[in-house]
Design a protein around this ligand. Sequence first.
Ligand code: SF4
Length: 289
Amino acid sequence: MRITLSGNLSYCFGVRKTLTLVEDLLARNPDRTYYMYGEIVHNELVIRDLRGKGLSIIRDLSQIGPTGSVIIPSHGAPLRVFEDLRARGVDIIDATCPMVRLIHEKARRLEAEGADVVIIGDPLHDEVRGIAGHVGRALVFRHPADVDAAALAGIRRAGVVVQSTFIREEALAILDAIRAVVPEVVFEDTICRPTSERQEEVRRMAARHDCVLIVGSRRSANTRHLFDLACGENACVHFVDDPEQVNGLPIRPDASVFVASGASTPMSAVERVVELLERRKDPEGEKHG
Ligand code: SF4
């Protein structure tokens, strides 16, 4: 078995920055209560670890105690959340990723210039809710078939932004569907660079290997997108949400295997996957070691 590791393993810089900040706060101020507005990343291992270190994850702002601080995660939050927290006099630590902040700014600028804001993304994802919550009104489309001519009727100028982790080809297909209905469309490609690099690499490497492992949580949008892209290039793609699954995967002993991960996957999960693959190469290795 030949194992090739992705050059973009584990956290993207936005997630890493937020996690470092949170871990540092929890370690330095053990007596203070820290709340996270929503999940910091959509990965159960990371959430369990941070909960164990004392982080409270909340959605309902009324759960905040009088002395706590609220951390806004890397995927951001709607403006009304900031307003509500300020009105309550709560200490806010804004860890919104700079790339997500840029999407908020672009959406607000498009709206200020008279465009109707359209977001290409998952309407249920926190990042998309956050973007929508930075403008007065936004339409959200996840698939080309969702583009509703009735909802777009009367819109002369649409300002389109994209969820940072969306698949570019799918975004462009939705954009085409919008362009078929709206006379003027201003498009801001806001898929972030780390996402683009991961997606391009997975597509390229999936075509060159016998088998692909995507390590991460099924709840993570960017990880699912990597899986979908790999499936488009390779018939042997496995989603590894628990590293221990590696032992049961149908991988030929002589296969070339490409290992990639989502931007919310801890390095420890990737390392365990590699360790188990190495053992499959040399089943006696454990005993020898
Ligand atoms: S995926 Fe992109 S936008 Fe999201 S946190 Fe990472 S770098 Fe920031």
